[in-house]
Design a protein around this ligand. Structure first.
Ligand code: FES
Length: 82
């Protein structure tokens, strides 16, 4: 199970994570990945200056722009499938 935690603190949220959340939700539902991905929100991670921040399987991804989110998710899904 892939764990995606999106920082919902005001800084990350306003700088891209609101769009990233929508994109991730859409990608999961369109590809029926509900049983492979657990998506959740996080409070501010205390790392605002390097945001927007997203944690995937415990790894912090800094400066994670919405354009990169789906690629990142696909990358993790592929490596889990091996
Ligand atoms: S709002 Fe995301 S680290 Fe602070």
């Amino acid at each position: 199970m892939l764990s995606i935690e999106i920082c919902m603190g005001s800084s990350c949220y306003s700088r891209g994570n609101s769009a990233s959340l929508e994109l991730a939700e859409k990608y999961i539902s369109e590809n029926q990945l509900e049983n492979r991905i657990r998506l959740s929100g996080k409070l501010c991670l205390g790392n605002c200056s390097e945001g927007p921040n997203i944690i995937i399987n415990g790894n912090l991804h800094k400066n994670c722009e919405p354009e990169c989110v789906i690629d990142l998710i696909m990358h993790y899904l592929e490596s889990e499938a091996v």
